[in-house]
Design a protein. Structure first.
Length: 310
């Protein structure tokens, strides 16, 4: 048994049982990958994959159970490498973060600036992506920290989540818009206009939908996008009123637009910092977390990762 065999099994699953794609990801041949799998199955005495001819269809029952162990072995091997590296390079390395647009654009810049002052030799990788991709990158061990909202809480067994900041949606309109008349803002008044907002699953979109549904309104959402800057661009063009994270509005940068407070109409949202349980973190990663939230000292984070939140 060797690590390459285990990696091939893991990559085959990650690439939806396409052995060609799994082989390419590991820079090996398909025939070589197939032999590695067969050798491993022979040594273990069980078949890991369901097959039809030479085609792999999925995991067997035994394969499903053993995959958890394979994932853990490979994670521990990676942790060993990272831990050894830290012994000789405490202030060097890579910190990989996956986040959506709004934290990357509005919340993280001052934190990253302070972090780089403290750790100038650490290379930062900022992956800006959608919520589902954040989850995938964390699962695959390709990033150290994920920053997002709803999707991260669906994987509580794999991830430890910590509150980063809370925020509300606001309504962005062009100056002089009928909604900007000084009268109280209501969901009914908002729903009377075309709406431009986030894609489903992004930035608390489900909470927006639930708020309108709770008063039996069905808003006309004419355009959706991943980030607030795109939404504001289309509001400027007159396509509709924008419903965005309030922190994405800046009075100086967004001249010609007005932010209307909707905090009493739309529920509060929380953005979380998420870590993969069992993954080794460099000391500088803990420092980054504490810069994000002063309560997240190393001892607290490690306790939660170990499954002891109190």
């Amino acid at each position: 048994m060797n690590f390459q065999q285990l990696r091939i099994v893991r990559e085959t699953v990650r690439h939806n049982f396409n052995l060609t794609d799994a082989s390419n990801a590991l820079f090996t041949s398909q025939s070589g990958a197939s032999k590695h799998i067969r050798d491993l199955e022979e040594e273990l005495g069980v078949e890991l994959f369901e097959r039809r001819g030479k085609r792999i269809l999925g995991l067997t029952q035994a394969g499903t159970r053993l995959l958890e162990i394979i994932e853990r072995i490979l994670l521990d091997a990676e942790n060993l490498k990272r831990s050894a590296h830290q012994l000789t390079h405490e202030d060097q390395g890579i910190l990989a973060i996956a986040t959506t647009h709004t934290p990357a654009r509005y919340a993280l810049p001052p934190i990253i600036a302070r972090f780089k002052q403290a750790f100038p030799k650490v290379h930062l990788e900022l992956h800006q992506c959608g919520p589902d991709e954040i989850v995938s990158l964390l699962k695959a061990g390709k990033v150290d920290i994920g920053i997002g909202t709803e999707a991260l809480h669906k994987e509580e067994q794999l991830f430890a989540c910590f509150p980063f900041y809370h925020w509300y949606h606001g309504v962005v309109v062009p100056e002089g818009h009928p909604l900007d008349d000084g009268k109280p803002l209501t969901l009914a008044r908002i729903a009377a206009h075309p709406i431009v907002t986030y894609h489903e699953g992004v930035k608390g979109r489900s909470r927006i939908d639930q708020a309108f549904a709770s008063v039996e309104l069905m808003p006309d959402i004419v355009l959706t996008a991943l980030d607030a800057d795109v939404i504001k661009s289309y509001v400027e063009l007159g396509l509709g009123v924008g419903v965005v994270a309030s922190m994405a509005y800046h009075e100086e940068r967004d001249r010609g637009l007005k932010l209307l407070d909707a905090s009493d109409l739309l529920p509060r949202n929380i953005t979380y910092l998420a870590l993969r349980r069992g993954r080794f973190l460099h000391s500088f990663a803990y420092h980054f977390l504490e810069l994000c939230h002063s309560d997240l000292d190393t001892a607290t984070v490690q306790r939660v990762l170990a499954g002891n939140p109190s």
